[in-house]
Ligand binder design. Structure first.
Ligand code: ADP
Ligand code: MG
Length: 350
């Protein structure tokens, strides 16, 4: 009875613990946190100095003893303690606004579909240690599909591709389950690295990760655009060691991005090949749905459509799809508990 009473105030939350961005949805309120998954740590003392957007500002600019790092690499927890601290910080921020008697939150959290049991446990444990009362895991492509309001329970194929910072997830979903999938540790971060490498090899220019990301977002494309874009990029001349600024054009960057883009497209094609024949015909009638920040890379949708001969659609607000999907699950847990990874635990959501 008391539990029911408290339950009414309880702030059940959905979390998208992304390599690049962490988003939190609070039941009944919507998305309340949307910050980079970055933590700044003082290496001398081990103390955390900043988390989220504040820590992001320090990336690449900190003195030697302050390390701004991303606790997740390629979609999985690389630094357990820091991941836990980051989650705790965000959960506390939401929880503090409640009465002290309110129970700790129940959490639905997304995990990449390709992770190992150990990696899965790491996310689960970090979420418990960060203050969750109950933890329910959902595969990210499933959450993205739900966030995109795809009819996942229909006996039809829904093809969803989520291109994040660390991983690209491809999944065909039908009757509430994943029937074919691929998880690839090539996504937005790799594209940034490709740009860094290309400018180093071709123009002897060394730039940082943040500049590379800016280049990718501003002029990066993988299909010829109606007009070529250009921008000034500054970094270090690798020969002289001195600062150097130069003009970069989009067709140049396209060359840098082609190889990784091909790998992503091949993974999508492979997943289509694995799709049972009875479902293949649905794919011709329906679109490939793109989610995640990486799906915004200019021309990716056109290239993918050209390569697969299928219609391609970037879903609305692709960066928030996973957390919105976790939110839908929270709001309607009774109908959706079958799709949770650890549904055997019988959640008692009210
Ligand atoms: P994650 O789920 O791993 O946190 P997100 O879905 O939040 O990742 O997407 C972050 C990735 O999307 C980053 O690699 C970022 O560079 C990339 N990204 C965001 N906007 C764009 C854009 N307009 N063009 C290309 N890439 C983008
Ligand atoms: Mg993601």
């Amino acid at each position: 009875m008391l539990d029911k009473l408290f339950g009414a105030f309880s702030k059940d939350i959905g979390i998208d613990l992304g390599t690049a961005n962490t988003l939190i949805y609070v039941k009944g309120r919507g998305i309340v946190i949307n910050e980079p998954s970055v933590v700044a740590v003082n290496r001398k003392t081990g103390q955390i100095i900043a988390i989220g957007a504040e820590a992001q500002k320090m990336v690449g600019k900190t003195p030697g003893y302050i390390m701004a790092s991303r606790p997740l690499v390629a979609g999985v927890v690389s630094d357990f303690e820091v991941t836990e601290q980051m989650l705790k910080y965000f959960i506390d921020r939401i929880h503090k606004e409640s009465f002290t008697l309110v129970p700790r939150p129940r959490v639905v959290i997304g995990i990449p579909s390709g992770v190992t049991e150990v990696e899965r446990r790491a996310v689960e444990d970090a979420t418990f240690n960060a203050g969750a009362r109950e933890v329910y895991l959902i595969e990210e492509p499933m959450a993205a599909a739900i966030g995109a309001r795809l009819p996942i329970h229909d006996p039809k194929a829904n093809l969803i591709v989520d291109i994040g910072g660390g991983t690209t997830e491809v999944a065909v979903i039908s009757l509430g389950g994943v029937v074919a999938s691929q998880s690839l540790r090539i996504a937005g971060d790799k594209l940034n690295e490709d740009i860094i490498q290309y400018l180093k090899d071709e123009h002897r220019l060394l730039i940082g990760e943040r500049s590379a990301e800016e280049v990718k977002i501003t002029i990066g494309s993988v299909w010829p655009q109606s007009e070529e874009l250009e921008m000034e990029v500054s970094g270090r001349d690798i020969v002289t060691g001195l600062p150097k600024e130069m003009k970069i054009i989009s067709s140049d960057i396209r060359k840098a991005l082609m190889r990784s883009t091909r790998t992503i497209i091949n993974a999508i094609k492979d997943t289509i090949e694995e799709t049972p024949p009875e479902l293949i015909s649905d794919l011709i009638k329906k679109s490939i749905h793109l989610a995640g920040g990486g799906s915004l890379l200019k021309g990716f949708d056109v290239l993918l459509s050209h390569e697969t001969k299928l219609p391609v659609k970037i879903i609305d607000d692709p960066l928030t799809a996973v957390v919105r999907g976790c939110g839908v699950v929270l709001e309607d847990i009774d109908k959706l508990r079958d799709i949770l990874v650890n549904s055997d635990k019988e959640p008692d959501f009210k």
